[in-house]
Structure formats: C-alpha cells, structure tokens
Design a protein around this ligand. Structure first.
Ligand code: BV8
Ligand code: ZN
Length: 283
C-alpha cells in the first residue's frame, strides 16, 4: 500500500475507466455534518435511525424537521475544492469517469459535475431537493424543489444573528402533521426524495455502475465514506477483485485498512481532508 502521490499520478494517467465512490466526508469541509462520528447525531437522535421509512411513519414531523434542516444547511453550504476537482475530471473526455455519490446535498451538482452522458454522476441515495409523494400509488414528484423552508411550519428557530448549528434543542417547535407538506394530487404526505435504509435503490442506476465495473474499471477512488452502507460499500472490493486499483481518501482511513479485503487491500491510502487532497491527486 502506498501514499505516494507521484506513483498515484502515474496510475491515474494510465487509467481509462475511473470510478469514484463518495460519502459524507466529501462535503465535510463545506460544513455539512457526516453521518457517523461527531456528525451522526441530530439533537438527541441518531441520524441513521431517522433515515428510515419506519421513522417517517411514526414521527413524520421529526423526520421532516431533520430533512428541512439538512436542506437549509446544504443550501447555505458551498461546494469545496474536492467537488470541483471531481467535476473537472467528469469533463475530461480522455477517460470514462463514473462518480457514485451517497451524498444527497446537491453540492456535486452545484460544482458543475457532468449530468449527462457516460461521465454523469450517479446520486444513488437521491437528493434533499427531490420531493416525492409518500403514497406509493401516486407518482407526484417535485425536482428540484429549493424552497427553504419547504413549508412555513418547518421554518427553523435560528436564534437572531446565529446559524442553524446554534439552535438549542429546547427551541424546536412541535409541528402538526397537517402543517407538513402534502401532495396536491392525492393529499397524502410528501417525503424527501432520498433512499432510506431498507428501501431499494434505483436499479437502472445500480445496473449502470455494475456494468461499468464489469467492463473493466482501472481505478476506484473511495472518498470520505466509512464504507458501511451497501451497495456503495461493496464497489471498491468489486473493482479490486477484477484487477483494478483502489485508492482511499479519508480523514481517518483506519476503517478501510481493517476491512476484510479478499484481494490484498487498497493500493493507496491518503489520510486527510478530501478538500485538500483531491485537487492535488487529480491534477
Ligand atoms: C438496499 C439516506 C436492498 C439519505 C442513506 C448488505 C450487507 C449489509 C447490509 C445491507 C446489505 N444490503 C443492504 C443492506 C441494508 C442497508 C445497509 O447497508 N445497512 C448498513 C448500515 C449495514 N442498506 C440499505 O438499506 C440500502 N438499500 O440495499 O436495498 C433492498 C432490496 C430489496 C428490498 C428492499 C431493500 C439503502 C441504503 C441507503 C441508506 N440511506 N441516506 C440521507 O438521509 O442522507 S445512507 C447514509 O449513510 C447517507 O447517504 C451517507 O452518505 C451514507 C454513508 O455514510 P458515509 O457517507 O460513509 O458517512 P459516514 O459519516 O459514515 O462516514 C464519513 C467518512 O468521511 C468517515 O470515514 C470519515 O473519516 C470521513 N471524513 C470526515 N471528514 C472528512 C472525511 N474524509 C475526507 N475529508 C474530510 N474532511
Ligand atoms: Zn400524491
């Protein structure tokens, strides 16, 4: 395993098919909390427990407050140099570049990442700015919806002159279900257009990623993800198994080194902030 940037650059220059698998660490430097570690809690709730259909069923107001806050935070945030470096690579016609992101914050889109053709990004967990009807029989969808707040009752109690990070837990109001966003067509609750735990991902998107890996991916760069959520967590080992190289870019890459790699583990590990490392690695 190496952390030599020059050696990485020679692998990158000889790669024609490149996969990036991105997680919350990519947006950490933009000020958005990650899912695990310090960022994993919102008020007294484990973020991953709120990202479930069960939580929405039982506590729709709490889940909507969580997502309304994340919409607000993402709109206040700016793409960082790592988002721009990936967007730059997506415009390079010399390579086929497939960026698979678990992030729903829209920052890759705002950084100008390719959105069409074979170098377009795959937003496999959806988007905070997509809104669907919670009624499976209703196809109502809004995309993009940037209204902040999405409904008046979801306006946040941000103390004067402060930011969303300073909202005291006691200040969060109870929001009545009838004041949450409802579908104009069937009048059921609207929900965030994200993939929750236990929900299926878009199979056409997954097929594109699987095909890309099957057809021979030379290099997989894993950026700012703890690699615990499937199917995204499985892509780097798939590339490795087929003879591709794997590079990890992470503030604390330890988790990846400990994982059971059936074929020898990552080839490169770069420990540090993706916003600093990626522009250098992809230059
Ligand atoms: C499905 C919603 C199938 C939107 C999210 C196989 C094995 C085991 C379990 C499963 C499996 N297949 C399916 C499962 C179940 C489940 C799963 O994987 N569970 C895990 C927890 C074990 N998967 C699913 O349910 C998926 N669905 O497979 O469906 C199916 C088939 C038939 C019928 C029904 C279902 C759906 C998964 C999608 C879940 N939704 N989000 C939202 O609210 O955001 S996942 C959530 O976690 C986010 O999307 C997030 O992106 C994602 C992963 O987290 P990370 O991005 O990795 O963030 P984390 O905080 O963990 O790590 C941050 C990393 O960054 C750290 O390493 C840190 O060191 C680093 N870092 C921090 N700062 C920086 C940095 N790095 C660089 N620079 C920095 N500055
Ligand atoms: Zn509806």
């Amino acid at each position: 395993m190496s952390s030599n940037i020059d050696v990485f650059h020679s692998v990158l220059r000889n790669s024609r098919n490149i996969l990036a698998v991105c997680g919350a660490g990519l947006s950490a430097s933009s000020g958005l909390p990650t899912f695990r570690g310090a960022g994993g809690m919102w008020r007294t709730h484990d973020a991953t427990l709120l990202a479930t259909p069960e939580a929405f069923e039982l506590f729709p107001s709490l889940v909507w407050q969580f997502y309304s806050l994340r919409r607000h935070a993402a709109l206040q945030a700016k793409p960082n140099p790592a988002h721009y470096a990936l967007a730059e690579l997506s415009k390079n016609r010399r390579v086929t570049f497939k960026c698979v992101t678990q992030n729903v914050d829209g920052l890759s889109v705002r950084a100008g990442h390719e959105n069409n053709g074979c170098n377009k990004a795959e937003y496999i967990h959806g988007s905070l700015f997509k809104i669907n009807c919670s009624n499976e029989k209703c196809s109502y969808e809004e995309f993009p919806n940037f209204n902040d707040p999405i409904a008046p009752a979801l306006a946040m109690p941000i103390p004067k002159g402060e930011t969303w990070q300073d909202i005291p837990d006691s200040e969060w109001p109870e929001v009545k279900v009838e004041d949450l966003p409802h579908c104009p067509e069937c009048h059921k609750l609207l929900r965030p257009g994200v993939v929750w735990f236990g929900e299926e991902l878009d199979t056409t998107m997954l097929d594109r990623v699987d095909k890309f890996i099957r057809e021979g991916c030379d290099l997989c760069i894993v950026i700012g993800t703890s690699g615990q959520v499937y199917p995204a967590a499985g892509y780097s080992t798939n590339v490795k198994e087929r003879g591709g190289k794997v590079a990890i870019v992470d503030m604390n890459p330890g988790d990846y080194q400990g994982r059971e790699w059936r074929h020898g583990g990552p080839d490169f590990v770069f420990a540090g902030d993706a916003a600093e490392l990626l522009p250098k690695l992809l230059e």
